[in-house]
Ligand binder design. Structure first.
Ligand code: ARG
Length: 279
């Protein structure tokens, strides 16, 4: 890829973003969202990432697909493979052909999970080191994670999500680098918590009130963490571990159940340590 070495992230401008249906507890058609504020907040995120040296790839927004902005749900990138999402809810299923076309245009080998499986991409499947941590129940199902693990030849650790407000793994778990992650324990059951504690030696626990500000939904660029405002304790913990933080206001997207991380998809394979070692 042309800008080898630069982090590369896929985003989609919020031209057609809005609250047109309710598929998670944060969404309210009645409350709606403010298009101008949303556009301003999205641009601030884009500028912040560019400022951190990220190359931004843009999807073309599509009328009638208000959640296309959440490119974390496009699919999962691993080396030269792009596994496109198969969405649980009909209202988002129209996004898949657009994401598949993007993946093909970018030269990825594009795979789609077989019919009958639900998989919502990097919203529910996140590498920490070479291991894929995977959330299931509200959106992705556990069988899809096993399928993804087999296709990619990576170890997958499926964990059940138990709180509908944290319906995607990226709303309650954020890998920082191999062996280091942020998570909100209340979103997992005992088994999930044990998996995380057993496999990731350095953990920052997010408290309930800060998890609610979508603070786990952060974009990690090197040693800088970009997150929604409203999590001073997490920011302090991150700084203690040597990470810089950038806070933004992403309130219009939280009305849809998403924040910084949901609006991005890392497409240069940097998230997977295996690729780094091989690259
Ligand atoms: N309104 C979107 C949905 O419910 C929000 C998606 C957030 N994305 C994420 N990766 N957590 O599907």
């Amino acid at each position: 890829m042309s800008t080898a070495g630069n982090p590369r992230i896929l985003m989609c401008p919020p031209d057609h973003f809005g609250i047109e249906y309710e598929i998670n507890p944060w969404m309210s058609i009645q409350q709606g969202s403010d298009p101008e504020r949303a556009a301003g907040q999205w641009r601030a995120l884009e500028r912040t990432l560019e400022d951190l040296g990220v190359a931004i790839d843009l999807m073309t927004p599509e009328k009638g697909l208000p959640d296309l902005v959440f490119t974390a749900n496009a699919g999962l990138v691993y080396r030269d493979t792009f596994i496109a999402s198969r969405f649980r809810f009909g209202v988002r299923q129209g996004e898949t052909p657009h994401f598949e076309a993007w993946g093909r245009a970018r030269g990825f080998e594009v795979l789609t999970p077989p019919e009958g499986m639900n998989f919502e991409g990097a919203g529910d499947a996140l590498f920490c080191g070479e291991t894929l941590f995977a959330g299931y129940r509200f959106r992705s199902d556990v069988r899809s994670h096993h399928w993804v693990g087999e296709r990619l030849g990576v170890e997958v650790l499926p964990m059940e999500l138990v709180d509908p407000r944290y319906y995607h793994l990226d709303t309650c778990f954020c890998p920082l680098e191999a062996g280091v992650a942020v998570y909100y324990p209340g979103a997992f059951d005992d088994y999930g918590r044990a998996v995380i504690r057993g496999r990731i030696p350095t953990l920052i626990e997010v408290r309930a009130e800060e998890a609610q500000s979508f603070s786990c939904n952060a974009v990690v660029v090197g040693r800088t963490v970009v997150l929604n405002q409203g999590a001073p304790a997490l920011a302090a913990d991150l700084q203690r571990l040597g990470y810089a933080t950038r806070t933004l206001e992403l309130s219009e997207f939280i009305k849809s159940g998403g924040s910084a991380k949901c609006l991005t998809l890392r497409v240069d394979g940097e998230e997977a340590a295996a690729w780094k070692a091989a690259g």
